[in-house]
Design a protein around this ligand. Structure first.
Ligand code: NAG
Ligand code: NAG
Ligand code: NAG
Ligand code: NAG
Ligand code: NAG
Length: 478
């Protein structure tokens, strides 16, 4: 028998918010370098540098990158800034302003300086450097997170990152690229400064990739920076665009202990890799990995005819949540509105399991909505579809949306039986709620009201009971 633990809603909320790209401009530089000679505070060079930094700062409210030159031959100063390609103007300006203050404080007399921030880079020099690929470089590894857990995982990571890096030189003007993968879990970013040519950018990134091989590739997160280009890899989303995260709606991960057998983790790794990649294109995939007695069974499915990129995104979230929340289970089920992921060390393919959990929205408890035939209709429809998935929209005072689905390893009769059972459960748990989800291991039904206008209806006068909404005729085509 499975035991389900219903977690409070805000647990998931906190979980998913911490994973989002947070729009906070880091106040600390990740590094800086002061070099060259010393200039004196009242010199012409000092005045020129001041002008340069002011000009760059003011340009950063209109542009993500800019270069500028101030002064005559003897006291000339060259400077540029660039913000990361996913950063908006406002954040760019804030980052450059912070860098300028910091570079003045940290390199008070230097004729050459660079400050690297998460979101931007600021550099000046008394030597012409535009278009040059040179200068100091450094790397960070996420030593806290340790090494990648699986043999050969760094090869997958490096192949993936190299593929993304190849796109960068031709992406003018920002020469910036990001990419993410669900398995292994990869979020990666690379960028060249805009002053480089295609060849310069390619040269810089090639050099960096070679360095990464030796310093960093085995680690669970790293970044490598030079004045002209940088490459970063993490196992969590850290750039804008990686943010959309599907919200975990329910999970089954009993604390039944992962076997100490190291094969379990290796097989699980390979299984999830397979499931997320295959299911993303076909919407459904199931597979068995391992040898007797260490078999692992896995199934991944996306809702109805979800687009591959959304399917993939949802499964990326699932794998991420798995790492966070289900580290000690042999039998796991995760439910999302857009996808479903399950694995177990026991076979479950084709076995109908109507155990489930439900979540209800308590807002508008007084909605005395009865849906006698709608749930049967949507359940019936789902069991007859090839994708084992159906939607039903009923337009009346409210827009009522129903969705029913079975895992696609079941046959039509099993699906129907699973859903019919759920309709009975729904009566006791969820009937009068504005929205609810009933999630069973093999099937699920959801219901949601969306108001025709975006407004919540005016509260009814006190003492007058809310009339049940009339059932109205079903819309055409249903
Ligand atoms: C992320 O990108 C979107 C769309 O380009 C933009 O509207 C938003 O401001 C960006 N967020 C941050 C934190 O840069
Ligand atoms: C900006 O850099 C380019 C080379 O990339 C250089 O030709 C140009 O003169 C620079 N502009 C300024 C204002 O320094
Ligand atoms: C910077 O200049 C000041 C004043 O000219 C001097 O006291 C200080 O030692 C210099 N610092 C460096 C790092 O050159
Ligand atoms: C700073 O840059 C200079 C010039 O490229 C280099 O010689 C020096 O080693 C760098 N310092 C650090 C701490 O990286
Ligand atoms: C639904 O399943 C539960 C548990 O398997 C069972 O006790 C119940 O009688 C079933 N209800 C219907 C209507 O099939």
């Amino acid at each position: 028998m499975h035991t389900f633990r219903s977690l409070p809603f805000h647990f998931f909320l906190v979980l998913s918010c911490t994973q989002l790209f947070l729009g906070v401009v880091t106040a600390d530089p990740i590094s800086y370098n002061c070099s060259g000679n010393s200039y004196s505070p009242n010199s012409e060079f000092a005045t020129n540098l001041d002008r340069l930094l002011l000009d760059l700062t003011s340009k950063s409210k209109d542009q993500n990158f800019y270069n500028y030159t101030v002064g005559d031959e003897r006291n000339r100063v060259y400077g540029l800034f660039q913000c990361r390609g996913d950063i908006d103007r406002h954040q760019c300006k804030t980052c450059i302003k912070t860098s300028r203050d910091e570079i003045i404080r940290a390199c008070p007399n230097s004729t050459q300086a660079i400050a690297w921030y998460d979101y931007c880079l600021l550099r000046y020099s008394d030597q012409f450097f535009f278009g040059h690929v040179d200068g100091p470089e450094f790397h960070f590894r996420d030593d806290k997170l340790g090494e990648l857990p699986h043999d050969g995982e760094e090869i997958l990571v490096m192949v993936f990152v190299s593929h993304m890096v190849k796109q960068v030189p031709r992406r003018r003007p920002l020469m910036f690229a990001t990419d993410s993968s669900s398995f292994p879990l990869i979020f990666s970013l690379a960028q060249c400064t805009f002053d480089l040519t295609y060849d310069g950018c390619e040269l810089c990134l090639k050099h960096v990739m070679v360095e990464i091989e030796s310093c960093c590739a085995r680690y669970n997160g790293w970044q490598y920076h030079t004045p002209s280009c940088s490459v970063r890899f993490e196992t969590y989303p850290f750039f804008n665009g990686s943010a959309p995260h599907d919200e975990l709606q329910g999970r089954l991960c009993p604390d039944d202990g992962t076997p100490s057998n190291p094969l379990f983790k290796t097989n699980l790794f390979r299984l999830l890799h397979l499931l997320t990649n295959r299911a993303a294109t076909s919407g459904f995939y199931k597979s068995i990995l391992g040898d007797d007695p260490n078999y692992l069974y896995g199934l991944a499915q996306c809702r109805g005819d979800l687009a591959p990129e959304n399917c993939r995104r949802c499964l990326v979230s699932a794998v991420y949540d798995l790492r966070e929340a289900c580290t000690n289970s042999r039998k796991v089920v995760l439910w999302y509105d857009n996808c479903y992921l399950r694995y177990s060390d026991e076979s479950f393919f084709g076995i109908m399991d109507k155990e489930g959990l439900h979540t209800v929205s308590d807002v508008g408890d007084d909605f005395n909505v009865n849906h006698p035939w709608h749930i049967f209709e949507v359940a019936e429809k789902a069991s007859q579809q090839q994708l084992m998935s159906a939607d039903l929209q009923v337009v009346d005072e409210w827009n009522r949306n129903y969705h029913a689905q079975c895992t696609r390893d079941l046959d039509s009769i099993q699906c129907s039986e699973c859903l019919i059972n759920l309709t009975a459960q729904v009566r006791s748990c969820c009937q009068a709620k504005r929205s609810w989800r009933y999630l069973a291991v093999s099937c699920s039904i959801m219901y949601q009201v969306t108001f025709s206008s975006t407004e919540v209806p005016a509260p009814t006068p006190q003492g007058i009971p809310v009339p049940p909404p009339s059932l109205g005729p079903p819309p055409k085509g249903i």
